[in-house]
Ligand binder design. Structure first.
Ligand code: KG4
Ligand code: ZN
Length: 344
């Protein structure tokens, strides 16, 4: 597709059909990671820098938006500089500058978006705004030759969706959670059993030591491709209370919770996959790093489906996926006046 540089309005061809190599620099700052990356042709990562704020937010048990925004300000110039250094490229080698526009924490998004807009203005390159959820999906294009159509399960701290990806730019959400997102459920259950923030990966580790059939937990009963995890969360709360005064079988609770979540997700994903008649399926988002969800989704390979999941470092928030999304023009925004948005 054709984009225009911001001052001289020179046409720049970007994307699959451009006929030449594109290097896109992208910034991601929607939550608690300040990230900058340069990706060649949407699939080859040239540099990938992530400054995590976990240490800062750990003591509060969750992300404090105002503190997160201030940390992004402290880190942004450093991650941009490191991404250039790691790549050996100069600003003039960059085809376009991209950034996450939303959904996310407004104060945090503003930092990354304004940095990318400034880089685009100063170096007279096109600016490309990216939706964070589409970026998570595009993490599947990194280091692969994957092409749509495919079915996708997007599981993150804020979203749980089954998406029909018909083409690089056409996607339809078939179903989503009606209450808690999977990552949110993980983090809340983790807090309930006393694990520090961020609970998801920690719960996953303990689950691998426990019996997934120790406790029968309820699957949310919702129509179609939608999900519900609040009932499951309450069931875990009741289970934990039933052990008051006794030693809590933490590993078994984690394993049973993980079994229930992964079973529910993969059951609906498989239903969508079969009904749509696709032979490819992907997972994306921070929770796609989960060991049991990966195991159950990859088991679909035994049934003849091609399965893809991003490498762990491209599941959780990063800027390579944003650059890839900009390259493949997945519902991007070109307007330099685009404002950040908090909800999808
Ligand atoms: O995609 P992401 O980095 O940020 C959002 O866009 O929300 O996802 C973060 C979420 C957190 O809820 C975190 O606990 C969860 O992903 N997460 C995991 C695992 N790794 C990260 N949840 C379960 N198992 C994991 N291994
Ligand atoms: Zn994310």
């Amino acid at each position: 597709m054709e984009k225009r540089t911001l001052f001289s309005e020179q046409p720049v061809q970007i994307g699959v059909e451009s006929g030449h190599d594109n290097y896109i620099m992208a910034i991601e700052s929607s939550c608690d990671e300040t990230a900058c990356a340069i990706v060649k042709n949407g699939r080859e990562v040239i540099s990938n820098i992530v400054a995590s704020q976990i240490k800062t937010h750990e003591k509060f048990g969750g992300v404090i938006p105002e503190i997160a925004a201030r940390e992004h300000l402290d880190s942004i110039n450093i991650v941009v500089q490191e991404a250039f250094e790691q790549s050996g490229l100069k600003p003039d080698d960059i085809s376009a500058f991209a950034a996450t526009v939303g959904p996310g924490l407004v104060g945090c998004l503003l930092v990354g978006l304004n940095a990318a807009k400034t880089l685009a203005l100063v170096h007279d390159k096109p600016f490309i705004g990216v939706n964070h959820l589409n970026a998570h999906l595009c993490a599947n294009y990194i280091d692969t030759d994957l092409k749509p159509p495919f079915m996708a399960l997007l599981v993150s701290g804020g979203h749980t969706q089954i998406i029909d990806v018909e083409s690089y730019s056409k996607q339809t959400i078939l179903g989503e959670t009606i209450d808690d997102a999977v990552g949110e459920a993980y983090d809340k259950v983790a807090r309930l059993i006393g694990l520090p923030y961020p609970g998801g990966p920690r719960l996953d580790k303990l689950a691998q030591e426990g019996n997934p059939h120790a406790f029968e937990l309820p699957e949310g009963k919702v129509d179609g491709y939608n999900f519900s995890f609040s009932g499951l969360k309450t069931a875990v709360l009741r289970l934990v209370k039933s052990f008051e005064g006794k030693e809590l079988p933490v590993n078994d609770i984690c394993a049973s919770f993980q079994e229930c979540v992964s079973k529910t997700l993969v059951k609906k994903l498989k239903k969508a996959l079969i009904e749509r008649g696709y032979n490819q399926v992907v997972i994306a988002g921070g929770v796609a790093a989960n060991s049991e969800i990966r195991k159950k989704v990859f088991a679909l390979e035994n049934e003849g489906f091609r399965v893809n999941a991003p490498a762990m470092k491209y599941c959780t928030d990063n800027a390579s996926m944003v650059a890839s999304c900009a390259y493949f023009n997945t519902n991007t925004f070109d307007d330099i006046d685009i404002e950040v948005f908090s909800r999808a």
